[in-house]
Write a protein that binds this ligand. Structure first.
Ligand SMILES: [Zn+2]
Length: 465
């Protein structure tokens, strides 16, 4: 029987996995890691309700770990089929999956040393070797041309404008001479961004599975460069450091582009900027390489003689751990960007440990902070941060600049849905926390008069119904 099952990102923003079954074949759309609160992360250790060996193919909407980070685990649990992704997504996954494996290994080692893990001895969810195994299963697909996986499944990608390579996938499912079309939105980006194209709406679908991360709010309309200029100037004047937990993919590049523009316009001082993420600088190279996703003309910027548009004037790309530690000694105003963006791991934790207790400093959150993360705790005014098992008093200023979000807000999501030529039979709201999904459901029913459901983990539906 034909059905689509929600195996992740139902009632939460992470763990995206949707199983499409037709004609005895199984296609998994996205294969994300659960991130955030401990009970959610614990789900990564549960066995999937479907045997990984019985899945024939995986297709990816984009490279973010909450859409791809389970691939090494599913491969080591028996999935042997091809993983379809476009060139940019493939190249980003080369970086992200190895980094994710490395982080899992480091966290397990660190927990062993400090003795605070629940597992004894602490285990990584997967190893670098297992990530390499998954990467060997990648097969490149076209950026926007349609392609056929099998007699049951064909796919047409649309640019989702969220990160490099990001797509919404229109999948046509065929069984016994009948066809149904289902759109998987992936993560939908914003309109009129600095670097990437606008998100494109697929023309039609019988069913739509749409993200709802920001379904309950609109992003502020103040231009992001005004916000950043104001915070940078204020903090530099009082001698503080600007700490930015940044997702290595997308956010870092947009922030660097805006900081560079502000420096060129002499609206902010030229501060030393530390990009403390070997991955972020590798990703920046990919952003410069894959221009098919750009609205921005790099050529024009390069010809203007203003230098590299994705670097500030005094940029330090920090690679080694020793150089990362040296940043601690810098007591004059500077900008520090490090991953992870939600402060769930990575080098940002060491910088927060160093900088949170000083009231001159500022921490700028430029992306979504999931429930249960340290980022969400700081944003909601928490004063006692627990980092690496220690208590750190929070005296630094905490700021949110959600204009940098890589996700559409409520109004933009309605605009994206309005681009469909006809209403689908049903819209499923996924990839949102319950309040956001509920609120967006009410909005869609009121403005577009569509049928809307909010599925729970494990729910399924028949696309031929
Ligand atoms: Zn994403």
């Amino acid at each position: 029987m034909t059905k689509i099952t929600f195996l992740g990102a139902a009632g939460a923003v992470t763990g995206s996995k949707y199983l499409v079954e037709a004609g005895g074949k199984c296609l998994l759309v996205d294969c994300g890691l659960f991130q955030g609160a401990r009970d959610l992360r614990q789900k990564n250790w549960d066995r999937l309700p479907v045997d990984p060996a019985s899945i024939d193919w995986i297709v990816l909407t984009h490279a973010h770990i909450d859409h791809t980070g389970y691939l090494p685990r599913i491969a080591s649990d028996g999935f042997r089929g091809p993983i379809f992704a476009n060139a940019a997504t493939h190249e980003l996954c080369n970086l992200l999956l190895l980094d994710s494996a490395h982080l899992q290994e480091e966290d397990a080692k660190f927990a062993a040393k400090k003795g605070y893990s629940k597992h004894s001895p602490p285990l990584p969810l997967y190893t670098t070797e297992e990530a390499q195994q998954a990467l060997a299963q990648f097969r490149e697909i076209p950026r926007s041309d349609p392609f056929t996986i099998s007699p049951q499944f064909s796919v047409k990608p649309y640019d989702a404008g969220h990160i490099l390579g990001s797509s919404s996938l229109q999948i046509t499912i065929t069984e016994n001479g009948k066809s149904a079309t289902v759109v998987f939105s992936g993560d939908v980006g914003r309109y009129n961004q600095a670097i990437l194209n606008d998100p494109a709406s697929p023309p039609r679908a019988d069913y739509v599975l749409c993200e709802s991360t920001y379904g309950d709010r609109d992003h502020p309309t103040t231009p992001p460069d005004d916000c950043i200029a104001e915070i940078v100037n204020r903090t530099a004047k009082r001698g503080g450091a600007i700490v930015i937990p940044a997702f290595a993919v997308g956010r870092t590049q947009t922030l660097m582009y805006i900081l560079r523009q502000l420096e060129n316009q002499q609206r902010i001082p030229k501060l030393p900027t530390f990009v403390d993420s070997p991955m972020a600088s590798n990703v920046t190279d990919l952003y410069i390489k894959h221009r098919e996703d750009h609205r921005l003309s790099f050529q024009k910027l390069e010809q203007s003689g203003d230098g590299d548009p994705l670097d500030t004037h005094e940029v330090h790309m920090v690679r080694s751990v020793e150089d990362s530690k040296k940043i601690n000694a810098i007591k004059t105003p500077c900008i520090i960007m490090a991953a992870s963006g939600m402060c769930t791991g990575g080098r940002i934790l060491h910088h927060l440990e160093q900088r949170l207790s000083d009231a001159r400093n500022v921490v700028i959150f430029a992306g979504y902070q999931a429930d249960g993360t340290l980022g969400r705790y700081l944003l909601s005014g928490g004063k006692d941060a627990r980092i690496h098992g220690q208590h750190i008093p929070v005296r630094a200023e905490i700021q949110e600049v959600s204009q940098f979000s890589a996700h559409s807000d409520r109004t933009e999501m309605i605009r994206w849905l309005s681009g469909f030529q006809a209403p689908p039979k049903r819209l499923f709201l996924i990839h949102g926390e319950p309040d956001a999904a509920q609120s967006f459901s009410a909005r869609v029913q009121q403005q577009l008069h569509w049928n809307v459901s909010i599925p729970k983990l494990g729910d399924s539906f028949d696309p031929f119904a």
